[in-house]
Design a protein around this ligand. Structure first.
Ligand SMILES: *Cc1c(COP(=O)(O)O)cnc(C)c1O
Length: 427
C-alpha cells in the first residue's frame, strides 16, 4: 500500500517513508491511497487486542519494509488492555488509560516508537523527535521513546496550562527526553514544531521527526481498540457499537471513523469537544473556522485548529455529507464538573474531565443503541479537578505513581522560533 498527501502535491510514499516523515512535503497529511475493506469474518479466531490490530493493519503494511515485523510491533505496542466497563445495559466506558502514562495516547506513541526503532539503521545520525503537547501526548511519546538508542525527544508544553501531575510526568523521564515549558499556548507550541519540521536548513544539521497526532504511526494503531471493542460487541449481540469520543485534534475519532469505513461493525460516531467548539460550529452548518484555543478543564482537548480535520475532509469530501454523517457537541466547564459529580453519584466511578465531555454529550442526546464512551485518561491525572468534586482521593495507577515518584525538570522557553532552534541545535 502507498500513502498520498491530503493536499495531493506530494509523491506517493511507502508506509515507512510516511511514518518517518510525519508531515507530507506539501504540508498535507498522509492518508492511504485507498481504504481497504475488511469484515468481521476476516478476524475469525482472533480475540486479543494485539492479534486483532495486526489483522486490521496488515493491508496498510503490505509490501513495505515493516510488513514482516507487524506482529512483533503490535505485540510490543498493545501490551496493556482496553477493557469495557459497563455503567448500564446500554452504555459502557471503553477504558483506554491502562498504559504507562495513563492516557489513550500510549497506544499510538508506543506503536510509533516500535515502528521508528525498526526503521533506524545503526549508522544513522541520531533522530530528534519534537512534540508539542497540551499535556498527554508529550508524556506518552516521552514514555514510548525513553531509553531508546539513537533517538532523543524534545517536548514543548504550554507552561501553566497542564495539570500539576501532567507537568511532573513530562519532566520526569530525563535521559534522552527533554521537556521545555513554553510561555504561550498549545497552539504556539504546535506552530514552533511545524516551523521546525519545515525548516530544511535546520534539518540538514539536526534530523527531525514529529510525533504529533498527524503521524500515521499514531493514527493507524488507534483503529485497533475500536475494532477490538466493536467486534466483541458484534460477536455477542450481532449489533453495531456506537462511540462517543472526547475530541481535540480529532486523531482518536478519525481512527474510529476510518475503522468504520473499512467495514467494521461501528455505528454512530459522536464527537464531544470542550468549549473549543470549532467542530460543533461546523457540524451545525457554519463554516470551518479555526481559531485560537481557550483554556478549559479538559486541557488535552484545548485545540482551536484540529489538525486531523484535513483527513476527515479527505475521507468525506462533501461538506453536506460530512454534516449528515456525524454529530458534534461542545461541552463547557460547568457541565464537565456537573458530569464528573453525577457519574460519581450514580455509578461510583471517577472519570477525567475529557471523558466527562463525551458522557455529557451522550446524555444530552440520549440516542438509541449501545454506546461506548471513550475514557481517554485516568482520573488520577487530573486529581486537582476531580478530587474536590467527588470529595475523595483518586489513587494513581502503579505506572503513573512510579513516574510521579521520580524527580522532574523542565527548562523555560519563550514562544519564539529562534529560541527553539537554538535549543534543538544545542547538544
Ligand atoms: C489527546 C487527548 C484527547 C483528544 O484526542 P484527539 O486525538 O486530539 O482528538 C482527549 N482526551 C485526552 C485525555 C487526551 O489526552
Amino acid at each position: 500500500m502507498r500513502f498520498v498527501s491530503t493536499r495531493g502535491q506530494a509523491a506517493p510514499a511507502t508506509l515507512s517513508e510516511a511514518i518517518a516523515a510525519g508531515l507530507a512535503p506539501d504540508g498535507g497529511l498522509y492518508v492511504p491511497e485507498s481504504v481497504p475493506t475488511l469484515a468481521p469474518a476476516d478476524f475469525e479466531g482472533k480475540t486479543t487486542l494485539a492479534d486483532i490490530a495486526a489483522a486490521l493493519l496488515r493491508p496498510f503494511f503490505e509490501g513495505g519494509a515493516l510488513a514482516a515485523e507487524l506482529d512483533a510491533i503490535c505485540a510490543q505496542a498493545f501490551d496493556f488492555p482496553a477493557p469495557m466497563r459497563w455503567l448500564d445495559d446500554g452504555t459502557g466506558l471503553l477504558e483506554l488509560f491502562h498504559g504507562p502514562t495513563a492516557a489513550f495516547k500510549d497506544f499510538g506513541a508506543r506503536f510509533l516508537a516500535a515502528c521508528l526503532s525498526r526503521l533506524r539503521a545503526d549508522g544513522d545520525r541520531p533522530l530528534t523527535i519534537i512534540v508539542a503537547t497540551s499535556g498527554d501526548t508529550g508524556a506518552a511519546v516521552g514514555g514510548a521513546f525513553h531509553g531508546l538508542a539513537g533517538v532523543r525527544v524534545v517536548i514543548l508544553y504550554p507552561d501553566g496550562r497542564v495539570s500539576p501531575r501532567q507537568a511532573h510526568q513530562l519532566g520526569a523521564f530525563g535521559d534522552n527526553v527533554r521537556a521545555l515549558r513554553v510561555a504561550g499556548s498549545f497552539d504556539d507550541c504546535q506552530a514552533l514544531v511545524k516551523r521546525a519540521l519545515n525548516d530544511a536548513a535546520l534539518q540538514a544539521r539536526v534530523p527531525l521527526s514529529s510525533a504529533n497526532s498527524i503521524s500515521l504511526g499514531r493514527l493507524l494503531p488507534q483503529m485497533g481498540y475500536y475494532t477490538h471493542a466493536a467486534l466483541a460487541h458484534w460477536r455477542e449481540t450481532g449489533e453495531v457499537l456506537n462511540f462517543a469520543i472526547p475530541t481535540g485534534n480529532l486523531g482518536n475519532a478519525l481512527a474510529c471513523i476510518l475503522a468504520r469505513r473499512i467495514g467494521l461493525p461501528i455505528g454512530e460516531v459522536l464527537l464531544a469537544t470542550n468549549a473549543n467548539d470549532v467542530l460543533p460550529s461546523f457540524f451545525d452548518g457554519g463554516p470551518y473556522e479555526p481559531r485560537a484555543s481557550v483554556a478549559t478543564l479538559a486541557n488535552a482537548m484545548d485545540v482551536g485548529a484540529p489538525s486531523n480535520f484535513e483527513r476527515l475532509r479527505w475521507l468525506v469530501p462533501d461538506d453536506g455529507a460530512l454534516r449528515e454523517g456525524f454529530r458534534a457537541i461542545a461541552v463547557g466547564d460547568a457541565a464537565i464538573r456537573d458530569t464528573i459529580g453525577e457519574v460519581w453519584t450514580r455509578h461510583g466511578v471517577a472519570v477525567c474531565p475529557h471523558t466527562a465531555t463525551a458522557i455529557h454529550a451522550l446524555d444530552s442526546l440520549a440516542p438509541d443503541g449501545t454506546w461506548a464512551v471513550v475514557a481517554t485518561a485516568h482520573p488520577a491525572k487530573f486529581e486537582s479537578i476531580v478530587e474536590p468534586i467527588i470529595g475523595e482521593p483518586v489513587a494513581p495507577p502503579p505506572a503513573l505513581a512510579a513516574l510521579l515518584a521520580r524527580p522532574a525538570h523542565a527548562d523555560p522557553m519563550p514562544a519564539d522560533y529562534a529560541a527553539f532552534r537554538a535549543q534543538l541545535e544545542a547538544r
